[in-house]
Design a protein around this ligand. Structure first.
Ligand SMILES: [Zn+2]
Length: 306
């Protein structure tokens, strides 16, 4: 799945909202404390369990799920959570965030920031409550999710602060690990934000996959969808966006060893842009015993191959 890049104007509107929040907190040092953000907005937080839907059954909300008002059918929320395997929810009419308690705590941080994102994006509440004239279509829903993710990233990585630190040294997975520790977020969200936000003008791509070495493939490996996420920088999307996730993953499999963890390998890879011109990229891959993270960074135009 490739990342959905927002239109500059939408991104700018969200950036302005998040900047207000960060100022409201007195421009804190990383890592940001989400409890302070909830306090600032009077947001309440609760937990539910996928095994015990008691809390969800008791939750009465004006929220709409798939066009139906939860208020009219109180079991709807629990059903939707099960059917769509939702990991978190935001109830705008109650200013309440609900998190799946069965998820590891490290993932709560992203989900909580995502739901806060729905709260601070001014046009979301109306759409979630079904006040909007527009029907919440599938593509409209994907757009809202991308917007909330964008707000979450800007919040967890403290707006402009992340880019300032990210461009202070040459791009590498080492730097991504360092930034992960500074900002206190997961390695996946740090890689994602690094590629999307830090070097807008440099073609760069990040892949989150299973172990790329064929001897380490798990039973659930899907050759048609080898990448859990493919994150393209705006410059990469513009010039190399035609490259498929299968093709990109193929390059990675060629240099990755069978190590059980740590660095799996690096390589110089030649990718052709949309005009057919060859470019040299530096690729490196790290395995954290759960997911493989790959960073590919543009170096220079490659000499034409005869
Ligand atoms: Zn959402």
């Amino acid at each position: 799945m490739k990342n959905l890049l927002l239109k500059p104007r939408t991104a700018g509107d969200i950036e302005a909202q998040v900047a207000k929040v960060i100022r409201g907190l007195g421009n804190p040092e990383p890592p940001i404390e989400l409890s302070l953000v909830r306090e600032l907005f009077n947001l309440d937080r609760g937990y539910y369990s996928t095994n015990d839907h008691g809390l969800l059954r008791e939750t009465v909300s004006r929220l709409k799920v798939a066009g139906l008002q939860v208020l009219m059918r109180p079991t709807l929320l629990a059903e939707a959570v099960r059917a769509m395997s939702l990991r978190a929810l935001y109830l705008p009419d109650q200013k309440r965030i609900l998190l799946d308690n069965d998820l590891p705590p490290i993932k709560h941080r992203w989900n909580e920031a995502h739901e806060i994102g729905h709260d601070i994006i001014p046009w979301h509440a109306g759409m979630m409550l079904g006040d909007s004239e527009k029907e919440l279509t599938r593509s409209c829903h994907a757009q809202m999710e991308a917007e909330a993710n964008y707000a979450a990233g800007r919040l967890l990585f403290l707006g402009e602060r992340f880019a300032v630190e990210a461009v202070s040294s040459a791009p590498s997975l080492d730097l991504v690990q360092q930034l992960k520790r500074t900002f206190g977020n997961t390695i996946t969200s740090t890689l994602w934000h690094f590629v999307e936000q830090a070097h807008c003008n440099r073609p760069m791509v990040g892949l989150v996959t299973g172990h790329p070495n064929y001897t380490r493939r798990r039973a659930d490996f899907d050759p048609v969808n080898p990448c859990r996420y493919t994150v393209q920088s705006p410059a990469f999307a513009a010039r190399f966006g035609h490259l498929s996730e299968i093709a990109l993953f193929q390059y990675v499999t060629q240099y990755c060893g069978a190590q059980r963890g740590g660095m799996l390998g690096t390589d110089e890879v030649i990718l052709r842009d949309a005009a057919g011109e060859p470019h040299l990229f530096h690729f490196e891959t790290f395995f954290n015993s759960y997911e493989a993270l790959t960073l590919g960074v543009w170096q220079r135009p490659a000499p034409a191959i005869a």
